[in-house]
Design a protein around this ligand. Structure first.
Ligand code: NAD
Length: 297
């Protein structure tokens, strides 16, 4: 299925994975609206246009409802419709169980604000537009491998010998991406609520909802995590954002009959490619028509 002529929003596209997603979409002929809090987002639309697509950029904070409205309305005005939403913007910050309350509140606003509220707001702003258009669509939230490879559910993780975090006794990897990111993980796990509920409600409308759950992928965030001085071995193990973006394009090209409600795992030590869909064991489609809401849990 060709993506040419479709219209997409990519959040957090100034650097890192979002930047690679925006460029991969533009190369497929998708018109792309990009937003970011970084000022270098201003230069990206021109670069995307040279790749053959229409483009528009916004300086916007995904946690700010007024900014979200401005991006979504501005995109619709510029392109006429919205077919694809890639909610990618994310921040990392260390947080632990015994942090003091003041730090914890600031962390909550920053980490949950971007990594969960941002996806929530963009979904709420875009979904009514997709429904009104009646032409289906794709929503992809960017989560983390901490949701799928770290013991939950371990059946998804093949626990290959090549995995740098392979469990010594062949069990699942210890959960949660280490000991210093309880809030990051909580926000990303929160995306499961949106993933499953939205996928179920939107399937009758041919709108798919999936999440990307990647391990260490070279980006500004990952480099900052390593104080911009990773060991050569560490750096060599990282996946490339461009490969992940290729997998995103393959997912979008599945079209309306493709997978939905799935956390797609990209794991260090394995090729970065779209794996076959998992068995569709969760989704029983329900309409979002309120007349059908009675009896739903
Ligand atoms: N790189 C990895 O190894 C990795 C692994 C797992 C998950 N992820 C997730 O992938 C996504 C992209 O991460 P990345 O590694 O490319 O990070 P990055 O820091 O390189 O890029 C993130 C982009 O989001 C932008 N951003 C941050 N807060 C924002 C906000 N409130 N509003 C708008 N833009 C905002 C940043 O300015 C930046 O341009 C994130 O959701 C991250 O949690 C990354």
């Amino acid at each position: 299925m060709s993506l040419r002529g479709k219209n997409a929003i990519v959040t957090g596209a100034a650097v890192g994975l979002g930047n690679a997603y925006a460029k991969a979409l533009a190369l497929e002929g998708v018109n792309v609206a990009v937003c970011d809090i970084r000022e270098d987002i201003d230069a990206l639309p021109q670069e995307l246009e040279t790749l053959g697509a229409g483009a528009i950029g916004f300086r916007a904070d995904v946690a700010n409802p007024a900014d979200v409205r401005r991006v979504v309305d501005g995109t619709r005005e510029a392109f006429g419709s919205i077919d694809i939403l890639i909610s990618n913007a994310g921040v990392w910050g260390a947080s632990v169980a015994d942090d003091d309350l003041d730090k914890s509140l600031a962390d909550y606003d920053r980490i949950v604000g971007t990594n969960l509220k941002g996806e929530y707001l963009f979904g709420r702003a875009v979904i009514p537009i997709m429904l009104e258009q009646g032409t289906g669509g794709d929503i992809v939230n960017i989560a983390t491998d901490h949701m799928v490879t770290c013991g939950a559910p371990n059946v998804i993780c093949p626990n290959l010998p090549t995995c740098p975090w392979k469990h010594p006794e062949n069990g699942p990897r210890p959960t949660g991406g280490g000991e210093i990111m309880d809030l990051y993980d909580a926000a990303k796990w929160g995306l499961n609520g949106l993933l499953f509920a939205w996928a179920k409600a939107l399937r009758p409308h041919n709108i798919r909802v999936n999440a990307f759950c990647m391990g260490a992928t070279d980006s500004y965030m990952l480099r900052s995590f390593h104080n911009f001085n990773p060991s050569p071995e560490e750096e060599a193990s990282w996946m490339r954002a461009e490969d992940n973006a290729r997998a995103l394009i393959d997912l979008l090209k599945e079209g309306p009959t493709g997978r939905t409600a799935q956390n797609l795992n990209f794991c260090v030590g394995r090729p970065v490619k779209l794996e076959p869909p998992l068995p569709d064991k969760y989704i029983l489609a329900s309409s979002i028509n309120p007349a059908n809401s009675q009896g739903r849990a």
